[in-house]
Ligand binder design. Structure first.
Ligand code: SF4
Ligand code: SF4
Length: 169
C-alpha cells in the first residue's frame, strides 16, 4: 500500500476547486447517447481501476456506511456464523430513509491494511460502488458528481470523460 499515491493527492488537492467544471461536464455528458457513454465507460472504468488500487484509498469504507439488503444480511451473518438478528443488532442501524446500513464508520469489517474482512460476502452496495461500470455510468451521472467528492477514482473517471469530450466524442 502506498499512502502517498499521486492519484489520491491529486484528488485531494483539486476536487473542491473543480466542482463547477465537473457540473458543467456532467451537463454535457447528459446530452450524449447512453449507448456511447456505456461503451466508453466500460473502458474508462477498467483502465482507471487497473491503474489505481483501492487498497491505497479505502475512503468509501472509511466514510460511507454501505446499505445492506436482506440477502446481504443473511449471507454475511451466515458467513460469520451468527443469527441474522444478532448481526443486525451488532453491526447495523436504520438510516434517516429507513434503509439498513452498517452502524459505524470506518466500517467494522475494514482491516488496517484496507482489505475487507468479508470481501467475498460483502454487501451488494460495496460491490457496485462507485457505479461507474458500463451502463451504470450513464444511469448515475448526477451521483458521480456527489461521489467525486468521496472517491478519487470517480474524480479521475470524470476527468477522463472531460478529455474524451475535448477529443470530440
Ligand atoms: S471505490 Fe473509490 S473511494 Fe472506494 S477505495 Fe476505491 S477509489 Fe477509494
Ligand atoms: S463491507 Fe467491506 S467493502 Fe463494504 S464498506 Fe465494509 S470494509 Fe468496505
Amino acid at each position: 500500500m502506498n499512502e502517498n499515491a499521486d492519484w489520491i493527492k491529486d484528488w485531494k488537492t483539486q476536487e473542491k476547486g473543480r466542482r463547477k467544471e465537473y457540473k458543467k461536464l456532467v451537463g454535457q455528458l447528459k446530452r450524449k447517447s447512453a449507448k456511447i457513454l456505456t461503451e466508453l465507460a466500460d473502458d474508462v472504468h477498467h483502465n482507471t481501476f487497473e491503474k489505481y488500487d483501492c487498497l491505497d484509498c479505502a475512503n468509501c469504507c472509511t466514510s460511507i456506511p454501505p446499505q445492506l439488503n436482506r440477502t446481504d444480511v443473511n449471507r454475511i451473518s451466515k458467513h460469520l456464523g451468527m443469527k441474522s438478528s444478532d448481526f443486525r443488532d451488532q453491526y447495523t442501524r436504520q438510516d434517516e430513509d429507513g434503509d439498513t446500513v452498517m452502524n459505524a464508520t470506518p466500517c467494522p469489517f475494514l482491516n488496517k491494511d484496507h482489505t475487507c474482512q468479508i470481501y467475498e460476502n460483502r454487501p451488494r452496495a460495496c460491490r457496485e460502488y462507485p457505479h461507474t461500470h458500463a451502463a451504470q455510468f450513464a444511469q448515475q451521472l448526477d451521483l458521480h458528481l456527489v461521489n467525486a467528492r468521496h472517491c478519487p477514482a470517480v474524480f479521475h473517471i470524470l476527468e477522463r470523460f472531460g478529455e474524451l469530450l475535448k477529443e470530440g466524442i
